[in-house]
Design a protein around this ligand. Sequence first.
Ligand code: ADP
Ligand code: MG
Length: 703
Amino acid sequence: MESQHESFEYQSVQTLKGVGPAVATKLEKLGIVNIQDVLFHLPLRYEDRTRIISIGSLQPGQQAVVEGVIEHSEVRFTGRRGRGRSGRSLLCYISDGTGGLLLRFFHFSTAQQTNLANGVRIRCFGEVRAGAGKLEMAHPEYRRLADNKEEAVEETLTPVYPKTEGVHQSLLRNIAAQSLKKLNSDSLPDWLHGSLLEQKSYPDLAAALKSVHNPMPDASLTAIEAGEYPAQQRLIFEELLAHQLSMLQMRQRMKSARAKSHVVGQKKQAAFIKKLGFDLTASQQKVIHEISGDLEKQAPMLRLLQGDVGSGKTVVAASAVLTVVSDGYQAAMMAPTEILADQLYENFQQWFGNDEYECLLLTGKHKGKAREQKLAAMKNGAASIVIGTHALFQADVEFKNLSLVIIDEQHRFGVHQRLALHEKGKKGLFAPHQLIMTATPIPRSLAMTAYADLDYSVIDELPKGRKPVSTVVVSDQRRQEVVDRVANACKQGEQAYWVCTLVEESEFLQCEAAEETAVRLQQELHDISIGLVHGRMKQDEKEAVVRRFKTGEIHLLVATTVIEVGVDVPNASLMVIENAERLGLAQLHQLRGRVGRGEKQSACVLMYRSPLSAKGKQRLSILRETNSGFVVAKKDLQMRGPGEVLGTRQTGLIEMRIADVVRDEYLLADVKKASNFMQTHYPENIPPLIQRWLGSSQRFGSV
Ligand code: ADP
Ligand code: MG
C-alpha cells in the first residue's frame, strides 16, 4: 500500500489548490478521496458556453450564454409563504438589440440587487423558458462585464458533474482541471493491455480522460449522448470491463455460499392470508410458491420479482418474511424513500405486529439514543422484521441472524447498495436469501447482463375489481376546469393528489413551486383541506402530512415527485400531474399508480404546459391509451431509447459513470472476451481496475 500512496493517482485531493480538510470531507462523501477519484468522476452531461447566443434567436428549453444590458430591474412581492425568507423576487430585464429576456431571482442579496442596476452589462448562462409573453431565465449564473471590453468565452464544452451534494459545480470543475493539468501519458497506469487498445484503436487513457472532461466545441452534444467519440468509447469499454470482472468475482463468491433452509407451517401461512382480507391473485400465488421453493433450499435465493404498480408485490414480500421469521430468523426490507419505508412498516406492523414478531423501522431520521436502541434490538435478535432505507447499510448496523433481504423498488438502488445489505447477513459461508422487487420491466437480455445470475418471477395481473385509471391529457390553459374537477371530487368525499414536477433543475426551486401551488390552490378551494409534502420538509413533517391524508383529514395532497413510490391511499381517486411533459413515461405511470387502488373509478389528469410539440402529445397519449406498465415501458423504449428509459446510467440497474448498458450493448461481447483475456493473462491488473471504476461505490457505508 505504501508505494501506492506515493504514486500520482493515489495522492490526496488535499494536494490540489483550494482543497482543505473541510472541502476534502465533503468530497469524500461523493467518493472522491484522491486524484484518481477526481479524474474518474466523469461528467454527466455538458453545457455549451463556447458561443454567445443572440437573445432574439433563443428557444425555450435551450441552455445558452447571452449578453445584454440591464434595462430595468425591480423587486416584486410574490406572496410565497416565507419560511424565514422574504417573499420577494428580483426581476431584471435585459436586452442585446436582438430581443429581450427576463432574469428572475427568487433569492438574492442586497449587494446583488445593487449590482444588477440599470445600464450594467452582464453575461449570463441558464436555461431559457417561456414566461408570460417573454422568454426568461430563472437564477442564471451571471457576471458583470466591464464596459466595451471583449471577454473570452469558454474554449471547450463545460462539464456538468453528477452527485454534487453540498459541493459546487465550480469546485468540481476546478479540481478536475487541476488534476487534468498534472496528467500526462505516463502518470496513470493503464490496466488495459496494449493489445486490447490496438484492436480497437482507442486513444491512450490520459488523452481519453482529457477529452471526456472537456470536449472540444466541435463535438456534437448529440454524438456525445450517443457515446460515439473514441475517447468516450475507450472509457465506456473500460468501465464495462471493470463491472464485468467485479460481477464475475461476486458470482464466484456467491456460488460458494450456503443459506439456511426455511419452511413455513401451513397453519401460519393460512392465518396470514386470512388476515389480509382479500384473496391472492393467481399470479401472486404462483410467485409465493416459487419463492417458498427457493427458501427451502440450502443455497441463497437470488430472485428478481417484476410486477406492475399496484400488482401487490408487498404481500408476496410479506409471505417470504413470514417464512423466515417463523423459523426464528430475521428479515430486512429496504425501501428507497422514507415515506415508502414508513408505509411498509405500517403494513408489516398490521400483519405481524400482534404476533410474536417485533417489527422495527430504521431510517435516516433515527438518531442518538433511539437509533442505538434499534441497533441493539437488531443485533440481539429482539427485532425480527426490520424495515428501513439506506440507513440499513451503514457500517455500524449489525444483525443477529439475518436470513432474508428484500429490496423494494430496486431501480432506485445500485447493485452495490443492495449487495451492501446482503453482506450484513453474511456469516462465514452463510449468506441471506435475496428478493429484489421492481415495477420497471427490464428486457431479459439486459437483465442478464445487469444482474448476472438472478432468477425471475413476474406478477402479471392486477387484483380483481381494479378499474383501470382513465387518463386525460389537457393543456394548462384549462387549469380552471381541472381545479373544479378537484373541488367536485373532494366534495364527494374522494381524495386527490396534485403533483408538481421538476420544472427547475434545483430541488430547492421545485419545492418552492410546490409551496406556491399549495398556497394558490388553497386560495381557490377554500373549504378543502390541503396538505403539502416535498423533499425539503423534515421527515416527521412529511410523515405527519401523509398520515393525515391517509386518515382522510386532508383531501388534497400537493406534492413533488417524492410520492412517486409507495404511498398507498386507496380512497384517493384523482391524480393531477402538472408539467407532465417533463417526466418520463415510466415515472408518470408510477405516479398514476397512486390512484386506482380502491374500488372506485379513478382518473389521472396529465396537464402540460402549452405549447407542446406533436411528439410530446403523442408521448403523453400513450398513457391515455394503456394502463399496462409493460406496454408503457415498451413504447417508451421505442421513443426514447433504452438507456434513458431504464436509467441504467445514473440511478438504475448498475451505477455507471459513463457507460450505458443498453446504449453500449454492442460492446458487451468484446467486453466478455477481454475479461477472459485479463483473467488468464493479467489477473494482477484486475483489482486495481475494479478499484478505479467501482472503488467509491464499494465503500458501502458512505453511499
Ligand atoms: P405494488 O406491487 O405496487 O407494491 P402493493 O403491494 O402496494 O403494490 O399493493 C397495492 C394495493 O393492493 C395495496 O393496497 C394492497 O393491499 C392491495 N392488494 C394486494 N394484493 C391484493 C389482492 N390480491 N386483492 C386485492 N387487493 C390487493
Ligand atoms: Mg410497492
